[in-house]
Ligand binder design. Structure first.
Ligand code: ADP
Ligand code: MG
Length: 227
């Protein structure tokens, strides 16, 4: 099996003025290609911090992080941005859609950053929205969509670059149970198509559906039982 994410002895400290606050402590963690891993743990334990590191949105204080076999610690900001565009899709609890843009334009955004020509951009964004069941909502603005629909737009945006890894930070946290279940079905479908999924969740029912589970408590990562 191919390792797609590998954290080796990762530490992350934040600074409050001059005071150093240790947040992640000696994290060792591997995801193989095609894994679906749930991260659980209390609020403030470091889950989002870990996700931001793995998503190359932030850098570790020490330790080594390999994405698809490549050590990312030494990459420049531009190289990190390229790596994110090429390999990683993000989904957040609060959707993070641009309010002034249609569903289609929101999904096109990563392709704009990747300098894909306009016509191809549109085609791929339409395809991604169809994949999440929103072919009939392409021209809607975010405020004309339900929470579940907004999250599906965000998932389409995460998918439009055909990423190898999708990182989701409590993607059902703001949804009612029915919309949440639809969103979870989508992640399972993506995973069955070969996308590696790392999902932070508070919901133990959701975590049970993943193929692996890890828990973070006070910045320390532990592995839970396998399915
Ligand atoms: P979780 O996602 O598990 O709720 P976080 O990873 O967001 O936890 O936060 C872990 C800890 O790191 C918390 O104590 C939080 O206050 C602290 N923290 C997070 N981001 C920052 C930051 N930018 N500066 C300082 N402290 C931070
Ligand atoms: Mg969090």
């Amino acid at each position: 099996m191919k390792k797609i994410v590998e954290c080796i002895n990762i530490y992350k400290n934040y600074y409050q003025g001059k005071i150093e606050i240790p947040v992640l402590k000696d994290i060792n963690f591997v995801m193989n290609e095609g894994d679906y891993t749930a991260v659980i743990g209390p609020s403030g334990s470091g889950k989002s911090t870990l996700m931001n590191l793995i998503g190359c949105l932030d850098k570790a204080t020490s330790g080594s992080l390999l994405i698809d076999g490549r050590e990312v610690g030494s990459l420049s900001r531009n190289e990190l941005a390229d790596l994110r565009l090429e390999k990683i899709g993000f989904v957040f609890q609060n959707f993070q859609l641009l309010g002034g843009q249609t569903a289609l334009e929101n999904v096109e955004l990563p392709l704009t950053y990747a300098n894909i020509p306009r016509k191809l951009r549109r085609e791929r964004a339409e395809e991604a929205l169809s994949r999440v069941g929103l072919a009939d909502r392409m021209d809607f603005m975010p405020n004309q969509l339900s929470g579940g629909q907004k999250q599906r737009v965000a998932i389409a945006r995460a998918l439009v670059n055909n990423p190898r890894i999708v990182l989701a930070d409590e993607p059902t946290g703001a949804l009612d149970s029915r919309s949440g279940a639809q969103v979870m079905d989508l992640f399972e479908e993506l995973n069955s198509q070969g996308v590696t999924v790392l999902m932070i969740t508070h919901d133990s029912g959701i975590a049970k559906r993943a193929s692996n589970r890890v828990e973070i408590k006070d910045g320390v990562l532990g592995h839970l039982e396998e399915n």
